[in-house]
Design a protein around this ligand. Structure first.
Ligand SMILES: Cc1cc2nc3c(=O)[nH]c(=O)nc-3n(C[C@H](O)[C@H](O)[C@H](O)COP(=O)(O)O)c2cc1C
Length: 169
């Protein structure tokens, strides 16, 4: 084993890594999508998930303000380019869903729309957020979970620079 110069170098060695589109609602009522790999299950009882977002992220600001968020895992019917675009521009200055042509749908009892082609959707309420350095870690109570077994999940490869499905070997 050799010493790695950066924590992120370790992610390249454990490809593929998860990828999600975190959906939050902006003041104008539209959905903002942000690509987030650093999310995790945290507890089953109570059902809890968490995700880390850079402190200046617009998504983070919306989640801290509205206390509501839906974490989705995109399927391969969403293009890798669209996922990279959602992870390269901020919703602060760009209406990503419209500009990148991502089709949305509604969930029951939820006022945040999500991408049509999602494998899972975890509807959450923010419990608390923790200062983790250059990121805040958002700890969220799960309110509802949805899934579509006919959709194929996408993952992040090569240090988060490529989006593709995982192949069983
Ligand atoms: C594959 C991929 C994974 C990413 N994972 C994260 C992440 O886990 N946390 C984070 O803060 N940003 C992550 N990003 C970057 C954010 O998506 C990016 O900063 C985005 O512009 C934030 O949008 P917002 O300001 O609308 O919230 C990722 C980007 C890509 C392309």
């Amino acid at each position: 084993m050799k010493a790695l110069s950066h924590l992120l170098d370790s992610a390249k060695l454990i490809d593929p890594n998860p990828v999600s589109l975190v959906c939050s609602k902006t003041p104008s009522g539209i959905t903002n999508l942000a690509t987030v790999s650093w999310w995790t299950y945290l507890s089953l009882d109570p059902a809890t998930i968490g995700f880390a977002m850079m402190k200046p992220s617009y998504t983070g600001e919306m989640v801290r303000t509205n206390k509501k968020v839906v974490l989705t895992v995109p399927s391969d019917k969403i293009s890798p380019k669209q996922i990279m675009q959602c992870g390269s521009f901020t919703g602060r200055t760009k209406e990503k869903v419209k500009e990148f042509g991502i089709e949305l749908k509604s969930l029951p009892d939820c006022d945040i729309q999500i991408p049509v082609h999602s494998v899972i959707a975890i509807q959450c309420a923010l419990r608390e957020f923790v200062d983790a350095g250059d990121h805040y870690f958002y700890i969220c109570d799960v309110e509802n979970v949805y899934g579509d077994e006919n959709e194929t999940p996408l993952f992040a490869w090569k240090g988060y620079s490529k989006i593709a499905p995982a192949k069983e070997v």
